[in-house]
Design a protein around this ligand. Structure first.
Ligand code: GDP
Ligand code: IMO
Ligand code: MG
Length: 432
């Protein structure tokens, strides 16, 4: 058996949570491999809506998936984890029976969040617009070999280790001129240490063995990405990125899977583009059309509630993402959001500041903090389908104009669109 990966091809929020939930019945294990509570994955079924941040989107499967894994590549905030896990257990979900956490996942400390905020303040106008969850500082500690890991919470001297790292962080915060309110901090710390005790009640395992043993026993695995390829720390629009490898290779390092063990790579994208936080966005629409996409698509962050920036589908960026990820199957989301548009545009090329045209994602696309900046997108126009798609359940029943749009994307990207999503609910999904 091979492990399949599902990941975002754009700037996150493509609809990963919904599709993992849809695909879950076909898998024995679902595993998160990177990111942390910066993610917000929305699932809707039976008239209910759930937003998952650290917990894999396979936990709701009825009798289907037995094992959900938080892999070594993930960064975990015990407080946010406890909040999320307790809410699910209050609803009657036996999470302790279906969740395993890697000993090697790094812990987000309260001071990591303070460092995240202080770092953003120090950057001023050129801030990244992070989710404020301490993601960057936690991965920084991991790479600089300072971090605390989930397995450490079982050690007798865990609290001493915690205090050592906390004190280092407090010194760094003081050097950055950040004021720490002692009383408020004490409260955060107490809550964190309590949450660590709760975390310790879950199965904490060498999950690299769990996933490899599962494949050897012919069990199937779906690896669930967080964020999106254009937010990857290496290949995204650096420095306006997250701090992990969001690309398919991240599933190998984030779970302990060798490259040869990877099967399908599902690349998921919206029928248009969105981005939250700062950073270049070549097809961003600053006008009424962008506002309409935001209104119809409810484009507000699932974690922070921030407005998501909106624009037309960017095939230069999409093709780049498909190449880096080796996507084998595409999934197009939120098709219904474009139902009312007379004309639909897709960007096929960029015109660079020196006048050259290119269909390759340029290094310089990382320089500007907002909007298209110096890049001029070249668009191809399509006639809108002007038909509500949300009730459609078969590919054949989709309007011809929509099929033309899909066929064009496939011809440019070179990978088939296998699933089309026409609404937030589990059932609003067309398999091809
Ligand atoms: P994720 O982070 O990739 O899991 O995506 P988010 O949950 O942050 O954002 C996707 C949003 O779009 C959620 O509010 C979903 O409920 C919603 N959604 C997913 N698929 C569709 C769809 O096909 N149509 C519409 N209208 N909404 C969708
Ligand atoms: P899901 O998994 C969209 C963005 C932030 C910011 C940048 C860095 O729901 O798709 P960070 O807090 O990671 O240091 O922020 O990355 N970002 C996301 N944008 N969806 C996400 O996750 C994101 N996680 C981080 O807005 O621009
Ligand atoms: Mg999201």
């Amino acid at each position: 058996m091979k492990a399949d990966i599902l990941l975002g091809l754009q700037w996150g929020d493509e609809g990963k949570g919904k599709i993992v939930d849809v695909l879950t019945p076909a898998y024995d294990l679902v595993a998160r491999f990177q990111g942390g509570p910066n993610a917000g994955h929305t699932l809707e079924f039976d008239g209910r809506k759930h937003v998952l941040r650290s917990i894999p989107s396979g936990v709701f499967a009825d009798g289907g998936v037995k094992v959900n894994i938080i892999g070594n590549g993930v960064v975990l905030d015990p407080v946010l984890f406890a909040e999320e896990a307790r809410a699910l257990e209050d609803e009657g979900l036996d999470l302790h029976a279906r969740l395993h956490i890697s000993t090697k996942a790094n812990l987000i400390l309260p001071t990591h969040r303070l460092l995240d905020a202080a770092g953003e303040r120090a950057k001023g106008a050129s801030k990244i617009g992070t989710t404020g969850k301490g993601i960057g500082p936690t991965y920084t500690d991991k790479v600089s070999r300072h971090g605390l890991r989930v397995g450490d919470i079982l050690l007798p001297d865990f609290e001493q280790r915690y205090h050592r790292l906390r004190d280092e962080h407090l010194e760094r915060l003081a050097a950055m001129g950040a004021k720490v309110d002692v009383e408020a901090f004490e409260k955060l710390q107490t809550a964190w240490l309590d949450a660590v005790k709760y975390l310790a009640t879950f199965p904490i395992d060498e999950t690299e063995y769990l996933v490899n043993d599962a494949l050897n026993a012919d069990k199937s695995i779906l690896c669930e990405g967080a964020q999106g390829t254009m937010l990857d720390v290496d290949f995204g629009s650096y420095p306006f990125v997250t701090s992990s490898n969001t690309i398919s290779a991240g599933a190998c390092t984030g779970l302990g899977l060798a490259p040869g063990r990877i099967g399908k790579v599902y690349g998921i994208f919206k029928a248009y583009c969105t981005r939250v936080g700062s950073g270049p966005f070549p097809t961003e629409l600053m006008d009424e059309t962008g506002a309409e996409m935001r209104r119809i698509g409810h484009e507000y962050g699932a974690v922070t509630g921030r407005e998501r920036r909106c624009g037309w589908l960017d095939l230069v960026a999409l093709r780049y993402a498909v190449m880096i990820d080796g996507a084998t199957d595409l999934i197009m989301m939120k098709s219904d959001v474009l139902d009312d548009f007379d004309t639909i545009k897709v960007c096929t090329e960029y015109i660079l500041p020196d006048g050259t045209r290119t269909d390759r994602f340029p290094f310089s696309a990382g320089d500007n903090a907002e909007g298209p900046g110096d890049i001029v997108p070249v668009y191809k126009e399509f006639k809108g389908w002007k038909t509500p798609l949300t009730e459609v359940r078969s590919f054949d029943a989709l309007p011809q104009e929509f099929k033309d749009y899909v066929a064009y994307i496939e011809s440019v990207v070179g990978v088939p669109v296998k699933i089309i999503s026409v609404g937030p609910d589990r059932t609003a999904t067309i398999m091809r």
